[in-house]
Design a protein around this ligand. Structure first.
Ligand SMILES: C[S@@+](CC[C@H](N)C(=O)[O-])C[C@H]1O[C@@H](n2cnc3c(N)ncnc32)[C@H](O)[C@@H]1O
Length: 329
């Protein structure tokens, strides 16, 4: 297993590349998580309300696919708002394991879930899901593991990494388990760019907060007024790129490392890949998952896929009561 890198090491690595880049997971400190919740309410940010509407409309179908007494593992759970909608429709869910890198929002949302669903075992894990995560053994019996990954967060991964991550989810769910995943669909470039660069500038604050975080946590000296946020749809790559563009040339010091920025140069802070329904289903199939059902809204803005793990993959069964090997995670 490779050694997990620190925030500072990842920043130095990312800013040393020809195209300066930073891992998007660092957008989510306490303020970043609150700003993301604000983004979800924006008129321009259609994904959250569209995914919620699909979940609402097809809750019965989703529930019958997931089945009774599921152990629900959620990656990047954030506010767990969509999870509450899911839990309301599931039949006697056994256990919920929300995993998030942002400790404050994770603690608050897990506590709220435990209060609303007193019969549910809740085991929050504050972790970086890019590293192996060991899932705790629940007290309660469960019938299958289902990995929930809403919000089209899978779009933040490069397609080759998305494939690996889907395969990892399949291993984690185990034979007979399932994966319920929200995936944003390709659409008009203006709609996409506005979703990531709103008129009120909330997404700009969310993106620029990464500079504030590096200044505070790493002692960097980014001149905050010299950077602006932008979002660009890259049709050949099939992704929206969030960028922090440098307005005037500057030199930034981070823990003794100097980085030169020319005017107009940018840091790539997040990718949001968009898929067609069939394209995503074939990616999931390559990862060893079996597509079962896809739900979309009438305008085909967003999709939710339910995929299962076939027995033929020979993974540990979801109803085994053994801990999951962290290296399998
Ligand atoms: C796009 S938001 C989605 C939040 C929520 N699931 C939803 O659908 O609205 C991404 C979430 O994943 C978390 N996250 C991002 N990168 C992560 C990582 N590497 N490990 C764990 N959590 C991560 C963030 O803190 C945030 O809560």
């Amino acid at each position: 297993m490779t050694e997990k890198k620190s925030f500072l090491e990842e920043v130095i690595d990312g800013l040393s590349q020809e195209q300066k880049t930073l891992p998007c997971k660092y957008l989510y400190d306490a303020r970043g998580s609150l700003l993301f919740e604000e983004i979800c309410e924006l008129d321009e940010y259609y994904p959250t309300r569209t995914e919620l509407a699909i979940m609402h409309r097809y809750s019965e179908e989703v529930s019958s696919q997931v089945g009774e007494e599921a152990l629900l593992i959620e990656y990047g759970s954030g506010s767990s708002r969509k999870t509450r909608l899911l839990l309301d429709s599931l039949r006697e869910p056994s256990c919920y394991v929300p995993i998030d890198i942002s400790p404050e929002i994770l603690a608050d949302s897990a506590a709220a879930i435990a209060k609303i669903y007193p019969d549910l075992e809740v085991h929050p894990l504050c972790a970086d899901y890019l590293s192996p995560v060991a899932i705790p053994i629940p007290e309660k019996q469960f019938r299958r593991r289902v990995v929930y990954f809403p919000g089209s967060t899978i779009g933040n991964f490069e397609p080759v990494e998305a494939l690996e991550f889907l395969a990892r989810m399949a291993r984690q769910a185990g034979s007979g388990g399932g994966v319920l995943i929200g995936v944003d669909l390709r659409k008009d470039s203006q709609v996409l760019e506005r979703a990531y660069d709103d008129a009120r500038g909330v997404t700009a604050q969310f993106d620029l907060n990464l500079l504030v975080r590096m200044n505070r946590e790493l002692g960097a000296d980014f001149p905050l007024d010299d950077f602006r946020h932008t979002a660009r749809w890259e049709p050949d790559l099939g992704r929206v790129e969030m960028r922090l563009v440098c307005k005037a040339a500057c030199r930034v010091d981070i823990a003794g490392h100097a980085f030169d920025f020319s005017a107009g140069e940018y840091i790539h802070t997040e990718s949001a890949y968009k898929y067609d329904v069939g394209e995503f289903a074939s990616l999931a199939t390559k990862a060893g998952l079996s597509p079962q059902t896809v739900w979309t809204d009438d305008s085909k803005k967003f999709s939710i896929h339910y995929l299962t793990v076939p027995d033929s993959l020979g993974f540990q069964s979801g109803s085994d009561r053994e801990p999951i090997d962290p290296d399998l995670g």
